[in-house]
Design a protein around this ligand. Structure first.
Ligand code: FCB
Length: 430
């Protein structure tokens, strides 16, 4: 599709924020520098068979050492905002215990560098790099990790809060809960429903405790949460597949949106799995459901599901359904922009949501350099299509406030290894 950039730009209000996004572990490198200690991702990458090609984040994009030139890069793009994450293992390297001032100094320089260039700072506190020491006590399956997160959040905001434009507690808890504790694809690589259910509640709790900690330090700082809500589509019109899609919605979206925006877990989920959840303490759901100033949607691809015909299959009892279009990115993700619109409409119908930023969207295409240029057309088409849908949503009255392209630069793509290195196919789903 050819889209005139000026026509597209004209569909956005003047205060709509355009930005680019990254995450600490994917770009920083310098994993042993200035007091940083290992995270669960350092350990996971060191285990054979976990990350493609056994790559790790030791060097990544060397952003830690190239900070100034990377900030110049952002500025040269002409964007107004930069979304980055802060590495907990640099700030409180053992998870609990001493605060590492040199870690905070790095983010001080980062935030000051953004301010000096007139770029807004959108920080994420947790983008999956849990200090490894906490894994010894159960990691996210342990309630005390939520309190460790609360202290970390308070520490960061006390130092940086005066210069941040927005902060998110978590990036994509779906990944750090289900993908990491049930599907075994991300660190710590668990495949265990009981572990995952514990990680679910304690992550939600940590989010709520984090919100309170941030507000106690800096009441005026806009606080949000970034969710990779799934646009779920039934594989057919059959009642069984429609019911499967409803269960999948509760399992993949409802267990985060429900507690945070309604103060409750979805009923279908609770009746199937509630007895295996950790004990809740009085006040947990109130803590989790504090009103947010904004939320972030990371959207890449739809999720298609059918009913799992196996008798007694565990909730949500679904199997993947085939894509409806065969356009895929090099990471194997179906390209289907209308699903973004469906998703925002459905979520706003089901929940009372605050302002929304698309905090990640983009396409993985491993084009090489030919004659000094990269053919970026498929990526440009992808971004234009998704921006077009975003503009439609603004036209319909949804409070879409910004869009961040993923990513600022090619990086360490988790289990898929360093960008450009992984083979086609065989990938995690979102
Ligand atoms: C999202 C993650 C981000 C990156 C993109 C491709 O799930 O938040 O770190 O992996 O996908």
């Amino acid at each position: 599709m050819i889209m005139d950039p000026k026509t597209l730009a004209g569909r956005f209000p003047g205060d709509f924020v355009f930005g680019v996004a990254t995450a600490a572990f994917q770009i920083e490198g310098a994993t042993k520098t200035d007091g940083r200690k290992p995270s669960i991702w350092d350990a996971f990458s060191n285990m054979p068979g976990r990350v493609f090609g056994r790559h790790n984040g030791d060097l990544a994009c060397d952003h830690y050492n190239r900070l100034e030139e990377d900030l110049d890069l952002i500025q040269s793009l002409g964007v107004e905002a930069y979304r980055f994450s802060i590495a907990w293992p640099r700030i409180i390297p053992e998870g609990t215990g001493p605060v590492n001032e040199r870690g905070l100094d790095f983010y001080d320089r980062l935030v000051d560098g953004l301010k000096a260039r007139g770029i807004k700072a959108f920080a994420t506190l947790y983008h999956w790099d849990l200090p490894l020491m906490l894994a010894g006590d159960g990691g996210w399956t342990a309630r005390q990790t939520a309190y460790a997160f609360q202290r970390y959040a308070k520490t960061v905001i006390a130092r940086l809060g005066d210069r941040l434009d927005a902060v998110a507690t978590f990036n994509e808890p779906w990944c750090s809960v289900w993908l990491s504790h049930l599907y075994g694809i991300h660190a710590p690589g668990e495949r265990n429903m009981d572990a995952a259910l514990h990680a679910l509640h304690f992550t939600n709790l940590a989010h709520g405790l984090g919100v309170a900690a941030i507000r106690s330090e800096r009441p005026s700082l806009p606080v949000g949460l970034v969710l990779n809500a799934h646009s779920i589509h039934a594989g057919s019109d059959d009642a069984a597949d429609q019911a499967a899609a409803a269960r999948a919605f509760d399992f993949h979206n409802g267990v985060f949106f429900g507690p945070v925006f309604k103060g409750e877990y979805p009923a279908s989920f609770l009746s199937a799995l509630g007895h295996r959840m950790p004990a809740m303490e009085p006040g947990d759901m109130e803590t989790i459901s504090q009103k947010l100033d904004w939320w972030g949607l990371n959207y890449y691809t739809p999720m298609r599901v059918s009913n799992d015909p196996v008798e007694g299959a565990e909730f949500p009892a679904t199997v993947p359904a085939p894509p409806v279009v065969d356009v895929k990115t090099d990471i194997g993700w179906e390209v289907f922009a209308p699903a973004l619109g469906d998703l925002i409409r459905k979520l706003n119908a089901d929940y009372t949501l605050p302002d929304c930023y698309i905090t990640e969207n983009g396409a993985c295409h491993n084009m090489g350099i030919e004659d000094g240029v990269i053919d970026d057309q498929p990526r440009l088409d992808y971004i234009a299509d998704h921006l077009g849908i975003t503009a439609d949503l603004i036209g319909e009255g949804y409070p879409m406030r910004g869009y961040f392209a993923w990513s600022l630069m090619d990086n360490f793509e988790w289990a898929e290894a360093l960008a450009g290195q992984f083979p086609k196919g065989n990938h995690r789903t979102t």
